[in-house]
Write a protein that binds this ligand. Structure first.
Ligand code: GLU
Length: 446
């Protein structure tokens, strides 16, 4: 059977690095096995799902480089879930419950107060037709629960190994709300079955769901897929990541100028026993991917580690590899010479845009000592300039002014580039050229 996996976000917020990690692991798994990667929107919650978030997810996954083979919206497949619900009803596995949320809450509190776990007591499992009619006459509309078999569900989790959840300790899950809308559990199983999902790779917050879902697969005439539950990533302080707060969102990282590939290099290896290293293509990550490397320790996202990796990745990129990215930030005319000059100092590619302006457009010079800079301007050798010009010029300034070291170089760098550090001036100077150099030494914005 062709390996088929899915990333199943609810479009209720922006993807954060934790969601992206799950998407990436699924994508890598699919690619490593020559399989399919599905993007499935779990959007049956009409109130919280938003089309703008669905669009944002597409944009973010494109940016990350995890393109899907097929996309599906659960909200457009409701007839499939209704049909499955009928199958379950006919098999006596789906039953109507008429308790109100308030009544259920009272039951729950009572159970807790007497030291019992708040498991649904199945009070409405065997309602007589007359009782049902009486509830309906009161205007009550039922929600629907799946009757679990009270036995342990066992599976060999790809990440967690032999796993077991005793269904006798769980409430019969509500599959359909009183308003007729479906909760996550049933649509997920129906889709996994109908879309031929072979491996469900998701966060370990879904371990408990796995047990009822396995029973659902079977109740619908299928076999459960393989499951791999990876520990959820936290921030450095150990706090969970949330779609709603927007912290560490892909948006934010992209706006900060990070390379998607640097993020992918980090996310592909966090939580595994592999070293985290810069790679210059997603294919390299696919080649190295092995689900068996994922362990059970909680991975923590460290922005400093991303920054580090991002810089290393940029420094390792050849011109041909970076060209499309340079174009994407508007540097269509940047050539190999420019790239070779800027890359050793870049923390993010966005900074290359600044150095492009230093060489080809206008910047505001920073003047520390106007007299010194005027003296330096008078000593500029005539063009053409090359990599030796800087050495010759600064030697002449040194001889004339007696300055050396930082006193000599720093004011020149500030005036010529507007910044205290950056690419080597011996490479920059010939590209800046005489006209801009003279102007900037005189304080002009050129
Ligand atoms: N919509 C669910 C989530 O985002 C999907 C869980 C699953 O992969 O089954 O957590």
């Amino acid at each position: 059977m062709t390996v088929t996996v899915r990333f199943a976000p609810s479009p209720t917020g922006l993807l954060h690095v934790g969601n992206a990690r799950i998407a990436l692991i699924n994508w890598l798994f699919a690619k490593a096995h020559g399989g399919y990667f599905l993007l499935r929107y779990d959007d049956t919650d009409a109130e919280r799902s938003r089309p703008e978030y669905a669009d944002a997810i597409v944009e973010d996954l494109r940016w990350l480089g995890t393109l899907w083979d097929k996309k599906a919206f659960q909200s457009r497949r409701l007839d499939h879930y209704r049909a499955a619900a009928e199958t379950l009803k006919a098999a006596g596995r789906l039953y109507a419950c008429y308790e109100t949320p308030e009544e259920l809450e009272i039951k729950r509190r009572r159970q807790l107060a007497t030291g019992r776990s708040p498991v649904y007591d199945r009070a409405h499992l065997h309602l007589a037709p007359g009782e049902r009619r009486a509830f309906e006459a009161e205007g009550r509309v039922p929600h629907w629960r799946f009757r679990l078999d009270h036995k342990p569900a066992k599976w060999d989790d790809v990440v967690r190994g032999e796993s077991q959840v005793d269904c006798a300790s769980l409430s019969d899950p509500v599959l359909i709300r009183a308003d007729g809308s479906f909760l996550y559990t049933l649509p997920s199983v129906v889709d996994d079955l109908e879309m031929g999902v072979t491996h469900v790779i998701r966060g370990e917050d879904h371990v408990t769901n796995t047990a009822p879902q396995m029973q659902l697969f079977r109740a619908l005439g299928g076999e459960p897929p393989s499951f791999a539950h990876v520990p959820l990533m936290t921030d450095l302080a150990g706090a969970g990541l949330s779609k709603r707060t927007g912290g560490l969102s892909l948006r934010e990282l992209r706006a900060d100028g990070y390379e998607a590939l640097a993020l992918a290099c980090l996310l592909a290896k966090l939580g595994t026993s592999d070293a985290i290293e810069a790679r210059t293509s997603m294919d390299a990550l696919v080649d190295e991917f092995d689900m068996a490397r994922f362990g059970r320790a909680t991975p923590k996202f460290d922005p400093a580690e991303l920054a580090h990796l991002n810089a290393r990745l940029l420094h390792a990129m050849g011109f041909d590899e970076i060209k499309p990215r340079l174009e994407s930030i508007g540097l269509r005319e940047a050539g190999p010479e420019f790239w070779e000059m800027v890359r050793p100092n870049l923390a993010t590619l966005t900074e290359a845009g600044y150095w492009w302006r230093v060489v080809n457009a206008t910047i505001e010079p920073v003047l520390e000592d106007a007299d010194f800079l005027a003296a330096a301007a008078a000593l500029l050798p005539p063009e053409p300039w090359d990599a030796a010009t800087w050495g010759a010029w600064t030697a002449a300034i040194k001889a004339a002014t007696g300055r050396k070291g930082r006193d000599l170089f720093h004011p020149l760098r500030l005036a010529l580039t507007g910044r205290g550090n950056g690419p080597e001036l011996k490479n920059l100077l010939p590209l800046i050229g005489m006209k801009k150099t003279v102007g900037r030494l005189g304080g002009e914005t050129v």
